[in-house]
Structures are given as structure tokens and as C-alpha cells.
Design a protein around this ligand. Structure first.
Ligand code: SAM
Ligand code: SF4
Ligand code: F3S
Length: 510
């Protein structure tokens, strides 16, 4: 007869994007609701969960080799923790993972996280090699956000899946079809979070700006068709849409203490004129809560490459969108994703990506070497850019961006900015001399999305508080500020916040 296994404490290791980060919070929260506690490290946990990413080959490799590390460590210390793997890796690989790691207890996918307590109970009772990785086929998407611990910032899924099928990308196969929550449900969810102390939300989805598309439950508002200068595939007349959601959040009296709305990720094809107008100053019809920050992935500066990537727009249209946005919100912080070394990418194509950086002047970029993903359309093309060339292009791109960011960040010196404090900075090396005894270096993001560190000798905990800083120095990666009086904090309910926890108890690897 099989023996009952202990499942009193857990440890979650997260790989990948914010979607996985939010999913890990959900997992931790579900397990805490079962009476389990977070272990400080994997070697002290009864249950170890890996939330894996498959977006590039390297990411899959990291998740699977991490499994081996945990197994090896446990064996060495004669422990037998329950080990499960989920996220996009679980969704895609399913049973195949047991061949690679026979000691693995269970595999779960992106749509089955809420079944975690059930899976654990089965494994604790002696079952092994369980798989929960079916997609939820219904077009209804209804949920309640779960955050682990008290927080001032929360990720809120508003849609899931992706229907874009860019030729290189595995995500539509790991996250399924696009489906959206209703505006009313999101508003109630946010009201609950704000009542617990949340002051900044990041609306999440693979394509947040196609929110509402095809949603069968959204006929009770009066939605209108959106306009896009580069094509139109988003929600249609009669369906709720993303700008409507943003305006509903801005106007909801239950959300008066919510300070910032951010969102990620978006696609240029759904970046409507109506969404751009949300960035205008409030006196010109824009939204006061929308952070002046936009992450809009573009992937390449070359029309030939964009076409082969199946992005369905030209670079000129994207640049026009960015110009319009800068015109109505000059301080907006822009970031993007770029892929180098896509099949057939020539030096001239790559030069067009460099030219795009010069033209748009991003604050930050996330750049990746192309990695063929089995099952995608691009995987059928010959991966003809040698690895050395991909790496060289990646280095050139990152170097160019650092030069741009350095100038952009330096232009902020002398300005005052508002920060939501996220915690103590990892490196305390801003401190020197007398400062070091009583002070600490704190960190947060400016509304436009830049990291800013500042020194404070405040005896009260600053996490989750809004402060005002004057920028005194800048590098290409972060700003340094000096704390100045913040007349807005009390007004925003900062002092009424319950005690907040340090950001997250598990480790996140990007
Ligand atoms: N939905 C977002 C979008 O449309 O851009 C994010 C998709 S993905 C989770 C994040 C980034 O990974 C992409 O924007 C792309 O730059 C990169 N990526 C996706 N597939 C890739 C691949 N096969 N090789 C290299 N990078 C890839
Ligand atoms: Fe992937 Fe493209 Fe969908 Fe983004 S829009 S998740 S890159 S298929
Ligand atoms: Fe995110 Fe990786 Fe999945 S980037 S959606 S965790 S494949």
C-alpha cells in the first residue's frame, strides 16, 4: 500500500514572463488557502513547483535542468519532496516530461492551476505521474485575481491566449485561444484588490489591447468600433474593448485610491487610436490613472522580416503610432521586444532595426536571438543566420540601446517624480559615510517605467508608499533620486495601507 506523503510547505520557482509570475502568485495563494506555508528555500519544502517557460529553447532547458537539480539535492539529503512542473512547459510537453524526469510527480498546464489542491491531494495519497493539461475549451473566461500576501502592486489577468500566431511564436500553443473577462467582472475584482491596499495594477494578457474580442457576454454597454491607422483585427462594434475598460476603471468610484494602471503586452495591430487618446492629459480627454509608459513589441525594423514573422503591419505604421503617442504624451516611456537573426535576416534588415532604435528612442528594449520552436511556421524555414552572427547583432543592438537610454535618462536629472516604493534595492552601494548607519537604499519605478533608487533614513517601512523624489543622477539602466516632501501620500490613502509584505517569496528567473 502506498504511503501518505507530507505536503505542508511549498516552494515555487518561476521562469518566463509576467503571465507566469501572476500564475505563480495564484499557485502560492491557493496552497496558502489549504493551510500550507511558504518554505524559505526549495531544500526545505515538502512540495516544489516549477512554473516553466517555452518561448525559447534555452528557457525549456532551464526549467527541465532545474528539475534535475532539485531531485539531486533531495536525494543527497535523503528527502522525497513532491515535485510538479507547470506553466507553458507543462502545457506543451505533458507526459513527455516523465520520460525526461521519471522522478517527477505531476505535470499541469496553464488552464488547470485552480486544480492544484486536487492534484496535490492525489499525489500526497500515493498517486504518481498525474497530468492536468487540458485547455478549457469554453469561450467564457471568469476568474478572481489571487495575490499572495498584502501588496501595493498586483497583476490582473483581463484576457488570456493569443490568436495572432506570429510565425516564430509558441505562445498560442501554450496559452490557447484568446478569451476575455467582462468589464464588470474586472471592475469588481479591482475594487476588492484596492480595498486590500493595492494602488498600482498591471493589466495582463498576451494581447491586452484585443481585450473583448469575441466575448459573448459583453453586450450590455454601448461599445463602438475601434480605429487603427495600420489595420484592424481587434474587437468589433458590439464587443467591449480595451479603451472602454481603461475608461471604466478611471471612472469607477470604488477605485478612487487606485493610482496607476499599467498593461502588458500589446500588439501594434490592436493599438487603436482610441487607446492612444487615453494617454492625453486629463483636460484633453485622457486618463489620470494611466501610467505614461508603454511596452509595445515590434520585433524588427525591417518590413521584409516583419512580413515573414506574420506581424501583418509595416514599420511605417508603427512609427506613426509612436509619433502620435509622443505628440499627445511627450514624457511617455517606451519599451519594446526585438528578435535578431530571424531566418533570412540580412545585415541591411538588421540595420533597419538599429535605425528604428534611433528613430523611436526607447527607454528600454528586450532583445532576443531567434530560437526555432517546433510546431511553429517559422520552424519550417531554414535557421540560416549563424549563432555567432545572431550574438553579434544582439550585442550591437544592446550597446546602441544603452547609448540611447543613457541620454534619455540623463535628461531627467533635476526633475521631480513620483515613485511607488517596491522594496529595498538589491545593492546598497549608494550609501557611504554617515548615511550607512541609519539609512537604506530603496527602489521603485517611475510612472514612465524607469527604475529609480533613493536613500532614506525613514524609520517607517516604505514598501507600498508613494514618495516624491528629485532625480540627481542617471545611468543607462536606472535613476538616482533624493527624497522630497510628498504632499500627495496621505491624500491617496498611503497612510491607511495595511502592513505590506516584501514582494514575493519565490524566485523568478527571466
Ligand atoms: N504577446 C507579446 C507580443 O506579442 O509581443 C509577447 C510574446 S513573448 C511571451 C515575449 C517575446 O519573446 C516576444 O515579444 C518575442 O520578442 C520573443 N520571442 C517569442 N518567440 C521567440 C522565438 N522563437 N525566438 C526568440 N524570441 C522569441
Ligand atoms: Fe506570440 Fe505574436 Fe501572440 Fe505575441 S502576438 S504571443 S509574439 S503569437
Ligand atoms: Fe510567458 Fe514563456 Fe509562456 S514567455 S506565455 S511563460 S512561453
Amino acid at each position: 500500500m502506498s504511503q501518505k506523503r507530507q505536503a505542508k510547505s511549498f516552494y515555487v520557482k518561476t521562469f518566463g514572463c509576467q503571465m507566469n509570475v501572476a500564475d505563480s502568485e495564484r499557485m502560492m495563494s491557493l496552497l496558502a488557502e489549504q493551510g500550507m506555508t511558504a518554505a524559505p528555500s526549495a531544500d526545505q519544502a515538502d512540495v516544489i513547483l516549477i512554473n516553466g517557460c517555452t518561448v525559447r529553447e534555452k528557457a525549456v532547458h532551464k526549467a527541465v535542468s532545474q528539475l534535475g537539480v532539485y531531485h539531486h539535492e533531495a536525494k543527497g539529503s535523503q528527502r522525497a519532496p513532491i515535485i510538479g512542473i507547470g506553466g507553458c512547459v507543462g502545457q506543451l510537453e505533458k507526459n513527455a516530461l516523465f520520460k525526461r524526469a521519471p522522478y517527477l510527480d505531476f505535470v499541469f498546464g496553464t488552464d488547470t492551476i485552480d486544480n492544484l489542491p486536487e492534484m496535490l491531494s492525489r499525489v500526497a495519497n500515493g498517486e504518481r505521474h498525474i497530468v492536468y493539461a487540458d485547455f478549457d475549451k469554453s469561450m467564457d473566461y471568469s476568474t478572481e485575481t489571487k495575490v499572495y500576501g498584502a501588496k501595493a502592486q498586483a497583476f490582473v489577468n483581463i484576457m488570456k491566449g493569443c490568436d495572432k500566431y506570429c510565425t516564430y511564436c509558441i505562445v498560442p500553443f501554450t496559452r490557447g485561444k484568446e478569451k476575455s473577462r467582462t468589464i464588470d467582472e474586472v471592475l469588481s475584482d479591482l475594487a476588492r484588490l484596492v480595498a486590500t491596499g493595492v494602488r498600482e495594477i498591471t493589466l495582463l494578457g498576451q494581447n491586452v489591447n484585443s481585450f473583448g474580442k469575441g466575448n459573448p457576454n459583453t453586450k450590455n454597454r454601448s461599445p463602438v468600433e475601434l480605429h487603427n491607422r495600420i489595420g484592424k483585427v481587434g474587437p468589433r462594434e458590439g464587443e467591449e474593448n480595451f479603451p472602454m475598460l481603461l475608461r471604466a476603471i478611471e471612472e469607477d468610484p470604488r477605485l478612487s485610491k487606485l493610482r496607476w494602471i499599467r498593461f502588458t503586452s500589446s500588439h501594434p495591430l490592436d493599438f487603436s487610436d482610441e487607446l492612444i487618446e487615453c494617454y492625453a492629459p486629463p483636460e484633453k480627454g485622457g486618463l489620470s490613472k494611466l501610467a505614461p509608459h508603454l511596452h509595445l513589441p515590434v520585433q524588427s525594423g525591417s518590413n521584409a522580416v516583419l512580413q515573414k514573422m506574420g506581424r501583418h503591419h509595416k514599420i511605417e505604421g508603427y512609427v506613426e503610432q509612436m509619433d502620435r503617442l509622443r505628440e499627445i504624451c511627450p514624457d511617455v516611456g517606451l519599451s519594446t521586444d526585438l528578435i535578431v537573426g530571424f531566418p533570412t535576416e540580412t545585415d541591411a534588415d538588421f540595420q533597419q532595426t538599429l535605425d528604428l532604435l534611433d528613430r523611436v528612442q526607447y527607454d528600454n528594449i528586450y532583445a532576443f536571438a531567434y530560437s526555432p520552436r517546433p510546431g511553429t511556421r517559422a520552424a519550417k524555414l531554414q535557421d540560416d543566420v549563424p549563432a555567432a552572427v545572431k550574438n553579434e547583432r544582439l550585442n550591437i543592438l544592446l550597446k546602441r540601446q544603452l547609448e540611447i537610454a543613457e541620454k534619455r535618462y540623463a535628461s531627467r536629472i533635476g526633475r521631480e517624480m513620483e515613485l511607488l516604493v517596491e522594496g529595498q534595492a538589491r545593492h546598497q552601494n549608494l550609501l557611504h559615510g554617515a548615511d550607512a548607519t541609519n539609512s537604506k537604499v530603496w527602489t521603485g519605478h517611475t510612472p514612465c517605467g524607469r527604475v529609480c533608487n533613493f536613500i532614506s533614513d525613514s524609520p517607517r517601512p516604505l514598501i507600498g508608499r508613494f514618495v516624491r523624489v528629485k532625480i540627481t543622477a542617471a545611468t543607462s539602466l536606472s535613476l538616482t533620486g533624493e527624497l522630497v516632501h510628498d504632499p500627495f501620500e496621505a491624500e491617496r490613502g498611503g497612510d491607511a495601507l495595511p502592513p505590506l509584505s516584501e514582494p514575493i517569496s519565490s524566485e523568478i528567473v527571466r
